[in-house]
Write a protein that binds this ligand. Structure first.
Ligand code: ARG
Ligand code: ASP
Length: 666
């Protein structure tokens, strides 16, 4: 009786059956969600989303580079992704003379499409539940390697991996076809593609034209092949048609893409560490680096180009962590999870799950100081650029060293790095306890007496002055070597060991949660495998008394336009076209309730008919805690309205020829 009562109490406490729009679902299991999707307006079937027998929408979605999503939009392998996903490639093609960041780029002829060494896109060929094999295997690593070997034998460009889901309660094999000849076709100037910059990043109302266009090339048999001038545009199995019908509040939407990482099932202790310890510390350190970058980027166009990509990536997480920390605090997630754990433990009495949350709490307590030192070190000492370069120069093959050097120096400005060093090491000395610092640090501080003097010595070493003859004995290299050594030998092993124990416990805790809440549908945490998230177009209330509408327009861009503020200085062409008065209501971005995370950038956002309506690129600041806890009231993804893409390419830059091969529908 007590048991039944406590089950009931537990069930009542947490009747949150996977809330409508929460969740990132496995495409091959979408049949389990399809009834719900259709009830919410979706007009196609599970087989249209993922099929082993016929071409389906999954064949038009790619993992773009190492951490974004892209979608195929024509018979000839034309690909859309975000501007910020293509950014580092666009930057590499740019110089002060050919500044594609500033002016944009449009390849109106195939010959003008630019190759991008190092960039590849991956199509998911198939996925398969291999839990049985993996669970039976004595050596899981070996079993996974064997599965991968079998899956990739005898196919061009095949790659595969076995991924654990639900902390190893399930295993899937993912097989990809990887294309490595991907060419840059076009992008607007960054005053459109990055409009709003880091000021508007993670925020609504948003007006960023966050798109860039690429094309996948294949050999003459349509197979993946390394770059060759003889390659031809890839003929995809499936491509998206582009809808110009537009969206309105309440419309069904879904996102197909590669979300990177979420932790929805962690305990209150893990959440507290994120919002009270880790996020605040990392925010503090990145503020120091950003301050140094901002100071010099404002003084010279060359430095601005050099640091544009680095600055965007440093600032991106910096801002996200702020939203996440606030969101977790506001939602009282630590408290809610504590209550959940108490209910769980009550239910778990006498089962094999009894005491599991306390065991987790105990390991988290031991982990915290190591994890903190690990994160702090990597965001400070290990974030200094010159020692990073010394180390990669030293470990490169002699014949590659020149390339490593050129690549680094092209985007390096020493005053930024040196100022960052002083600020970061000062913070390090203050905020990391002596017992978690290498002896090397104490020695150097004793030797130089101050961070500034230490910096003066390091940044005038032979290596720093361009003499690479004795890297191994150069203080710059030694700095990196000593901190890496400490990190790898003193911090990482403990961190790894304790995290492995935690993961093992989560394996059981996950199982326990599923038994505790048998009616809830659990979705696996994101792990950069292909997922479907669905929801609808919808605004939200960021604060009491304010409602944010889900669509932004060109008028909003003009309202923000300001030639004196770099982030808001739009191209004259956009001002001119607005002045015609014909485009006041031109849609730019929209909000929806799809559950997304980093990696979903560039993801196709699709309407009820399966047609492309936009490109996902961000979330709202008030909802970035969705990696840890999803609040359907406030978590929103931000997409570029595909009609703005068409408008910019065709109307603003008269490059509509690029879109001629796209199939537009209403
Ligand atoms: N916040 C988006 C994401 O996490 C966009 C990042 C790029 N934009 C920027 N201003 N840094 O990827
Ligand atoms: N902007 C992110 C990305 O690049 C998406 C997000 O975190 O919502 O993947």
């Amino acid at each position: 009786m007590r048991r039944i009562l406590s089950i009931l109490a537990g069930a009542l406490l947490c009747v949150v059956p996977a809330l409508a729009d929460e969740g990132m679902w496995l495409p091959s299991l979408i049949s389990q969600r399809i009834a719900d999707m259709q009830a919410k307006g979706f007009k196609l079937d599970a087989e249209d989303i993922y099929s082993v027998n016929q071409a389906s929408l999954k064949d038009a979605v790619v993992l773009f580079g190492g951490g974004c999503t892209g979608e195929v939009v024509s018979k000839e392998g034309l690909l859309f992704t975000n501007y910020h996903c293509g950014y580092s490639y666009i930057q590499r093609h740019s110089s002060v003379e050919h500044d594609y960041l500033k002016d944009g780029y449009w390849a109106l002829k195939r010959e003008d499409e630019l190759p991008n060494p190092g960039l590849s896109v991956s199509f998911l060929d198939r996925m398969e539940d291999v839990s049985a094999i993996m669970n039976d295997a004595e050596d899981k690593e070996l079993a996974a390697a064997e599965l991968v070997k079998q899956a990739t034998a005898g196919g061009k460009g095949l790659s595969a991996s076995v991924e654990a889901l639900y902390y190893g309660n399930q295993y899937f094999l993912f097989v990809y076809r990887v294309f490595s000849d991907v060419r840059f076709v076009g992008a607007p100037p960054s005053s459109i593609g990055k409009f709003g910059g880091d000021t508007d990043n993670w925020m609504w109302p948003r007006h960023t034209g966050d798109f860039s266009i690429f094309r996948i090339y294949a050999d003459k048999d349509n197979n993946p092949a390394p770059y060759s001038p003889d390659n031809v545009p890839y003929t995809p199995k499936k491509y998206f048609k582009v809808s110009l019908a537009g969206v309105k509040e309440g419309d069904f939407t879904f996102i197909y893409g590669f979300p990177g990482s979420t932790q929805e099932y962690i305990t209150s202790d893990a959440v507290r560490y994120i919002s009270e310890v880790s996020d605040p510390a990392k925010i503090g350190l990145r503020t120091l680096r950003l301050d140094a970058q901002k100071k010099y980027m404002g003084q010279s166009q060359a430095v601005r180009i050099q640091y544009s990509s680095k600055n965007a990536s440093v600032s991106n997480s910096w801002k996200k962590w702020q939203g996440e920390m606030k969101g977790i605090r506001k939602m009282k997630t630590v408290q809610t999870k504590k209550e959940y754990e108490a209910a769980f433990e009550k239910w778990a009495k006498g089962t094999r799950y009894e005491g599991i949350t306390e065991k987790l709490a105990d390991i988290y307590r031991r982990l915290e100081p190591f994890n903190y030192a690990r994160e702090y070190t990597s965001e400070s000492a290990l974030a200094v650029e010159l020692p990073q370069f010394a180390s990669s120069y030293f470990s490169a093959q002699p014949e590659n060293r020149e390339a490593v050097k050129e690549n680094f120096l092209k985007d390096y400005y020493m005053p930024i790095d040196k100022e960052s060093f002083v600020a970061l090491m000062t913070a390090y000395g203050k905020n990391v306890n002596e017992e978690f610092r290498p002896l090397y640090y104490e020695q150097q501080m004793a030797l130089y007496g101050s961070e500034q003097a230490w910096a003066d010595a390091l940044f005038s070493s032979p290596f720093a002055r361009g003499d690479y003859s004795d890297v191994e004995n150069d203080p710059v290299y030694i700095f990196r070597r000593e901190f890496t050594k400490y990190y790898n030998e003193q911090l990482l092993p403990v961190y790894r060991d304790l995290t492995a124990q935690i993961t093992e416990l989560y394996h059981d805790y996950m199982q326990g949660q599923m038994e505790f809440e048998p009616d809830k549908t659990f979705y696996p945490d994101a792990n950069l495998t292909l997922r479907v998230a669905y929801g609808k177009v919808q605004g939200y209330e960021p604060q009491d008394g304010i409602y944010y509408h889900p669509q932004s327009t060109l008028t909003g861009i003009i309202e923000k336009d300001n030639p004196d503020i770099f982030d808001y200085d739009i191209p004259q062409a956009l001002r001119d076209i607005y002045a015609t008065g014909l485009y006041d209501d031109q849609p730019v971005c929209f909000l929806a309730t799809n559950h997304t995370t980093g990696g979903n950038s560039g993801s196709p956002i699709i309407n009820a008919d399966g047609n492309l309506i936009g490109l996902n690129f961000d979330r709202v600041w008030e909802g970035t805690q969705s990696d840890v806890t999803f609040d359907p009231e406030i978590c929103r993804n931000i997409s570029l309205d595909v009609r703005y893409l068409v408008f910019v390419v065709d109307k603003v830059f008269h490059a509509g020829a690029i879109l001629q091969e796209v199939e537009f529908v209403n």
